[in-house]
Design a protein around this ligand. Structure first.
Ligand code: GLN
Length: 287
């Protein structure tokens, strides 16, 4: 019989020896999951004995983590924009980088809302776990949101997350490729599409490459295949005063600006940096 403190220390050493970063934090997250307790409760009970059942669950989680499965898939949860979201291997695990995209989208939406009399319609394309759509629905209660994905499994996760956060009535979930499910013009298109170049994708850490959906990450030879397809479809689907906000990766600023100025010569285009100071989001405003 072991105390929680001892089990935690052993697991941390085990993960560290297995080359897992942030071993202490990861061990704690997995122990909390095995016990189904919050952080403060865990810390109050560190000298209690770990039950046999919890010990065997914890051991399984540590083995899975050592096999490089991301902790978010083991616990089934990830925090994003202050929201606790369910995630499954059908969905990308939301990244902190994408909070920048949400901030940019909220700013664009507020600007558009102040100019419009009708309700604002926003489309989150490739919604995955629903992270962006749900964050926007929470911040913009007067907007109507359409969330699309080409994966029915992802849409189910997104819808369950929206229900959990009380915004399921503000979001319509539609299955299909990129903008194809949009039958009406929308005012704002927001998307975190796959943008990793295939060679970079193949060199990603095993947590990402071997567990997260490739269709959410691999953007073809230069990473921009899917973004190019979306931008080519956008002129037909955007309302007259519409705007687009897209997340992108390293080295893509110039090709994206070039593409945007070709497709939307009269638009105002801006690049926004993430919390680490890297160019991360492009916004394109038609007016
Ligand atoms: N930033 C993500 C990465 O880790 C990429 C997400 C995407 O392609 N949309 O690797």
């Amino acid at each position: 019989m072991q105390s929680l403190r001892r089990a935690l220390a052993d697991a941390r050493n085990h993960l560290e020896a297995g080359g897992i970063d942030d071993a202490g934090l990861e061990a704690e997250v997995l122990l909390r999951h095995a016990l189904d307790v919050s952080r403060p409760v865990l810390y109050i009970h560190l000298d209690d004995t770990l039950s046999t059942d919890a010990a065997s669950r914890f051991e399984t989680y540590i083995e899975r983590r050592l096999a490089r499965e991301p902790a978010a898939y083991i616990t089934g949860h990830r925090e994003f924009y202050n929201l606790d979201l369910a995630v499954t291997p059908a969905t990308l695990i939301p990244r902190p980088d994408t909070e920048t995209l949400v901030d940019v989208a909220i700013e664009l939406a507020k600007g558009l809302q102040s100019e419009m009399r009708e309700m604002l319609t926003i489309a989150d394309i490739g919604t995955g776990s629903g992270a962006i759509a749900i964050a926007l629905a929470t911040a913009l209660p007067r907007a109507r949101i359409i969330a699309t994905d080409s994966s029915p499994e992802a849409l189910q996760v997104a819808e369950a997350n929206a229900r959990h956060h009380g915004v399921v009535d503000s979001i319509e979930f539609r299955l299909g490729d990129l903008l194809q499910p949009l039958t009406e013009p929308v005012d704002l298109i927001v998307a975190n599409l796959p943008y990793v170049a295939t060679d970079d994708y193949l060199a990603l850490e095993p947590e990402v490459r071997d567990y997260e959906p490739r269709s959410a990450l691999d953007g073809g030879p230069d990473g921009l295949d899917v973004i190019r397809r979306l931008l080519a479809m956008a002129p037909q689907r955007l309302s007259e005063h519409g705007a687009i906000a897209l997340e992108f990766g390293a080295g893509q600023t110039v090709p994206l600006e070039t593409l945007a100025s070709k497709l939307f010569p009269a638009a105002r285009t801006r690049i926004h940096t993430d919390l680490a100071g890297r160019p991360r989001v492009i916004s394109i405003r038609l007016t």
